[in-house]
Design a protein around this ligand. Sequence first.
Ligand SMILES: Nc1ncnc2c1ncn2[C@@H]1O[C@H](COP(=O)(O)OP(=O)(O)OP(=O)(O)O)[C@@H](O)[C@H]1O
Ligand SMILES: [Mg+2]
Length: 274
Amino acid sequence: MSNRFDQPGYNRDASIVNPKGQGEMTPGPQHGKARPAPGGPFLIGEAMTGGYGKGPDILHDCTISVDRGEIAVIVGPNGAGKSTAMKALFGMLNVRSGSVRLDGEDISDLSPQDRVQKGMGFVPQTNNIFTSMTVEENLEMGAFIRKDDISGTMEQVFELFPILKDKRDQAAGELSGGQRQQVAVGRALMTKPKVLMLDEPTAGVSPIVMDELFDRIIEVARTGLPVLMVEQNARQALAIADKGFVLVQGQNAHTGTGSELLADPEVRASFLGG
Ligand SMILES: Nc1ncnc2c1ncn2[C@@H]1O[C@H](COP(=O)(O)OP(=O)(O)OP(=O)(O)O)[C@@H](O)[C@H]1O
Ligand SMILES: [Mg+2]
């Protein structure tokens, strides 16, 4: 399958990402050949073991990472712990052992709010927009940590998702599923994150809308912003992934480049429908 990363005409404008994140990116698809950041991947949850509150461990020695210039994808069956792994990276889980590092810094003890300050943009699987607020208010809420002028970033979000500009004064709850996901991604971009984490950005949308959302996500990644996403549409997601993680029962079952996993007979038989 051809990779849309390879196609010409992608957005080289890196202005939507935090300037600190720029300069390190190498243009073009990385496919696992990305130059690692000094001291390891840009974001890594390493050997994470933990669960919710005092409940049983859901993650067992689970390692997830994304590097600069990469799209990394987590796939696996329902209940495998994909969302739990994202929450662990974001500081919403009691990680009993293992660590989370962002740009070489150990952030394991930081609250989710502090991780946002450090540059993590997270779009959760559910309840990821304020339905009673307008599209524009949702984007403004996204920028809550910023004290500078946010209008330029909002314009960039509107350029990425033009429909949101048309509907800026409409309540987000009145939008279609695909449009809501655009609001959620846009909201996360408003912080000018250094890494974007998306939990099932294409959930519940049609194949055409899924393709469209993937194209926009690729466009964002091309600006140099590392993207880590969980995807139910495993085949399509691995096709655009530089790196893939197959999780099963809270453990790493397979890890490789997107194309390696797509070609792996065991992964194909177990997770990709043959
Ligand atoms: N808030 C919570 N409190 C306690 N247990 C939870 C909580 N959220 C999830 N779990 C449990 O953790 C396990 C993994 O769930 P998780 O939501 O991470 O799976 P997932 O891979 O994201 O699944 P899906 O594909 O359905 O989104 C499940 O057994 C689930 O019941
Ligand atoms: Mg989930």
